[in-house]
Design a binder for this molecule. Structure first.
Ligand SMILES: NC(=O)c1ccc[n+]([C@@H]2O[C@H](COP(=O)([O-])OP(=O)(O)OC[C@H]3O[C@@H](n4cnc5c(N)ncnc54)[C@H](O)[C@@H]3O)[C@@H](O)[C@H]2O)c1
Length: 397
């Protein structure tokens, strides 16, 4: 038997990418899977040659062969499942957004530390090859001190053959105020953790200190449909732009989204980032990214430096399993992330993206939602531990 034996719970959209990670790690093995939908679980087990199938998480946790669990269930189940697993001494890899309030997230981190298990949060934006290359260039001083980040969000377009990854037919948790954790802003809550994590990672881990959300009223209609992330049809409000200041007040960032789900068009697809340093600039594609051209050729990263010729990179890693994009997000990024989790658990070292990092990203996201509700900039540390996006609104201050 291999030394790292994992049980996977939640076998929807993202689970296939996780399975690829365990299957390609020489010391890991998926020994059990669990889903409320037993047919789905059976089919997954056959596809991935997994010996045991459970219909309940508690039953799977009692399986003595397991030393780790992989949690890819809807967001409201992340903390309860992490707590249960940590308390019985299982290492945990849990999908983002890790928690729905800062308080519940910290509780889960504490349980993991007390039991001495590794808790990794699935923040794939810091495991993308293109982002890691950008970070390496920055760490090598190629653009001088990084000062400003601009994240551009165009449409994620789904590949025709991505059906296996689109998950179960009932994905209503994604727009449920409590189950998604996002209240009126389920899309933002589900995704902004990625944007904030990338914004810190790509500015050499400088922490975000203050957030301001620009809101927009949605006038309804079919423009909110048409991508793999349907059903995002419910809310009548949107946050198309977020700005932030870092702890170092000389540095700042902005995220802006224009795509058909919010009624706008952007030629450049998916997620892309520009990092401006004192002496240079990097432009890099991320999840679902496409159409970054240089001299007639699609590239994935461009390094511009004062007085030097630009240098370009491509990352030919087989493309994406879900998006129509050459950037391998639902494959290479998740595989790298899962391998890192397995190695962290086997060596007992904190992972690059741990529970506390997942909580911090949620706190930044809640600051954005609080900012949208109150129409003012919100300091990240002022978000109360018990604040949720779906609870009663805080009075305007
Ligand atoms: N890091 C990423 O790139 C990424 C991508 C997609 C999703 N996610 C995150 O992963 C999580 C899952 O998202 P998804 O899109 O795969 O969801 P999904 O709806 O496709 O799948 C969820 C699965 O969980 C199962 N489930 C629900 N309750 C359960 C329970 N109590 N016990 C066992 N199984 C249960 C459902 O039957 C379903 O099969 C979310 O938190 C989401 O934000 C992350």
């Amino acid at each position: 038997m291999k030394p790292f034996r994992v049980g996977m719970v939640g076998l929807g959209l993202v689970s296939e990418a996780h399975a690829k990670g365990y299957e390609t790690h020489p010391l890991a093995q998926i020994v059990a899977v669990c889903d409320l939908d037993e047919k789905r679980a059976e089919a997954f087990a056959v596809r991935h040659d997994v010996p045991r199938v459970y219909g309940s998480f508690d039953a799977m946790l009692a399986d003595p062969a397991l030393n780790a669990v992989d949690i890819a269930t809807p967001t409201h189940l992340h903390v309860p499942m992490t707590l249960a697993a940590a308390r019985v001494g299982r290492h945990v890899h849990c999908e983002k957004p890790f928690c729905r309030s800062v308080g519940e997230g910290l509780l889960a981190c504490q349980a993991a530390r007390q039991r001495g298990v590794i808790l990794a949060v699935g923040e794939s934006y810091v495991f993308l090859s293109s982002h890691m290359q950008a970070r390496e260039l920055m760490d090598a001083g190629e653009i001088g001190r990084p000062m400003q980040i601009r994240q551009r969000h165009g449409a994620w377009l789904e590949r025709q053959i991505a059906a296996i990854h689109t998950g179960p037919t009932n994905r209503s948790w994604r727009i449920h105020p409590e189950q998604s954790g996002g209240g009126e802003y389920p899309w933002i809550f589900d995704h902004a953790v990625h944007f904030f994590s990338a914004a810190e990672y790509l500015l050499q881990d400088e922490p975000i200190a203050e957030v301001y959300a620009v809101t927009s009223q949605d006038h309804g209609g079919p423009k909110r449909q048409g991508a793999a992330h349907d059903p995002y049809t419910a809310p009548g409000v949107d946050i198309p732009i977020i700005t932030w200041k870092y702890r170092d007040r000389a540095r700042q960032g902005v995220w802006a989204r224009a795509e058909r789900l919010n009624g706008k068009y952007d030629y450049r697809r998916g997620f892309g980032t520009i990092i401006s340093g004192e002496t240079g600039m990097i432009e890099v594609l991320g999840e679902g990214g496409a159409n970054l051209d240089w001299q007639g050729r699609e590239v994935h990263l461009i390094l511009f430096r004062e007085g030097k010729e630009p240098v370009t990179w491509r990352f030919d890693e087989g493309g994406d399993d879900v998006w129509d994009s050459e950037i391998s997000y639902y494959s290479r990024a998740h595989i790298t992330q899962i391998h890192h989790f397995v190695d962290s658990a086997l060596t007992g070292r904190d992972p690059r993206y741990k529970g506390e990092d997942g909580v911090h990203a949620v706190q930044c996201t809640l600051a954005a939602i609080l900012s949208a509700q109150q129409g003012r900039p919100v300091r990240v540390e002022e978000v109360p531990e018990d604040f949720t996006a779906y609870g009663p609104r805080r009075p305007a201050s």
